[in-house]
Design a protein around this ligand. Structure first.
Ligand code: KG4
Ligand code: ZN
Length: 392
């Protein structure tokens, strides 16, 4: 089954075409084409992501990436002109009534292609920035109308969970119950997965997400957005050089009797440390490295401790750790060691490319949803963006 998937929930515009086969327990995904365009350079200027700028950029990039996907998968053939039905284009115009430029770009592309063989289109419908989600959904709706194929809405967080299944073909099947630790720019949550598609949130952050904490602390240290990779580089250098340890931060909620997290206090902890120790004095590179290392160690301790607690409560057979923050080397290696620590626990972590936002994971999640409920291919429901969409 060929699935075209679209992801625009934050600052990455991503489109891919995936051929998915096989049973739900041992699926195989062939990547026919995959494009991700990161808006990071643009958002760097502002130190964070502005939803309306993200939306504008998605609208600009979606047709470009879509055309690339068609070329890469050999579906783009010049001058075929078999999409010339005026009434169809009137309907597409209606769908893209708020995105006129997108409509013209799309019409231009379709002057040049033969009918691609696509079985379904998957699009992220939430959680995320609503204006950014909407532009992806409108684009996906237009394509679904043009190709006359079903449209499947996907929860971005379910996508992150499924990101551990692509390029992991040599791994064992996922055994249940499973636990997922989801760590991204907007989420930090522990999810119990009793079977495919059966989710229960058993712990979550009470305030900031872990990725958000990385980004905010990076900003305090004068590092560019997104802060995660920057802090990680500094922390690694501190470990390599084994510089002396001065900073010491409290591990928030590590001893609380539940599976929740809190990272805003840690951010304040860093802020006060900087204010008290460096007042008007310039923060030097050594101290930046020291702070980055201690911050990262604190995050690792808290994430690992809460995950251990969840493992002890649920006794899962699989641990999935996913979301952009799992691109962090220190956090990756900590969780990979869980396989040695717990007998019979399989640890699934996405490849680096699949860790941060992408659309392959959205195609993957769509395949699982379709396998669980083939009716999804028959009746396309009304699809709306939901910035706070929950896993259920
Ligand atoms: O999943 P993701 O790409 O987007 C959201 O759904 O939020 O996650 C983005 C987050 C950002 O906060 C970014 O700083 C963080 O992931 N991140 C990292 C690393 N790479 C990305 N955090 C720590 N270490 C990294 N190497
Ligand atoms: Zn994400």
């Amino acid at each position: 089954m060929k699935i075209l998937s679209i992801e625009t929930s934050c600052d990455e515009t991503a489109i891919s075409l995936v051929d998915a086969h096989g049973e739900i327990n041992s699926p195989l995904f062939s990547i026919l084409a995959n494009e991700v365009f990161s808006q990071i350079d643009l958002h760097k200027e502002f130190g964070g992501v502005y939803p309306m700028i993200a939306k504008r950029e998605h609208a600009k990039n979606l047709p470009i990436l879509f055309k690339k996907i068609l070329i890469d998968s050999k579906m783009y053939i010049e001058n075929v002109k078999n999409f010339s039905d005026d009434s169809l284009w009137n309907e597409v115009k209606e769908i893209l009534s708020k995105e006129e430029e997108l409509y013209f770009q799309l019409k231009n592309i379709f002057n040049n292609i033969s009918k691609p063989t696509i079985d379904a289109i998957a699009v992220t419908s939430g959680p995320g920035l609503e204006p950014a989600l909407w532009v992806g959904i409108s684009f996906a709706k237009a394509l679904s109308k043009i190709f006359d194929v079903p449209l499947i809405p996907i929860n971005h967080m379910e996508g992150h969970i499924m990101s551990t299944l692509i390029a992991n073909e040599n791994k064992k099947e996922i055994a249940f119950p499973a636990i997922a630790l989801l760590i991204s720019g907007g989420h930090t949550e522990l999810v119990k997965i009793s079977n495919w598609g059966k989710y229960e949130i058993i712990g979550a952050t009470l305030d900031d997400a872990v990725g958000e904490a990385f980004d905010k602390v990076a900003r305090m240290l004068g590092l560019p957005y997104p802060g995660g990779p920057e802090i990680s580089k500094l922390a690694e250098e501190a470990r390599e050089k084994n510089i002396p340890r001065f900073a010491k931060f409290t591990r928030p909620m590590i001893n609380s009797n539940n599976l929740n997290f809190s990272f805003s206090g840690l951010k304040t902890n860093v802020l006060y440390y900087l204010r008290d120790k460096f007042n008007d004095v310039d923060l030097d590179y050594m101290n930046k490295m020291d702070i980055a290392r201690e911050f990262e160690d604190t995050v690792v301790d808290v994430l690992a401790s809460k995950t251990r607690k969840a493992i002890e409560n649920i006794n899962p057979q699989t641990l999935i750790v996913a979301g952009g923050v799992i691109a962090n080397k220190k956090i990756r290696s900590e969780f990979l060691h869980f396989e040695n620590e717990y007998n019979n626990l399989q640890v699934r972590i996405p490849t680096n490319m699949m860790s941060t936002d992408n659309s392959l994971m959205i195609a993957c999640a769509a395949y699982f949803n379709i396998s669980l409920d083939p009716e999804l291919l028959k009746n396309t429901k009304k699809i709306e963006a939901d910035g706070n969409l929950k896993l259920n």
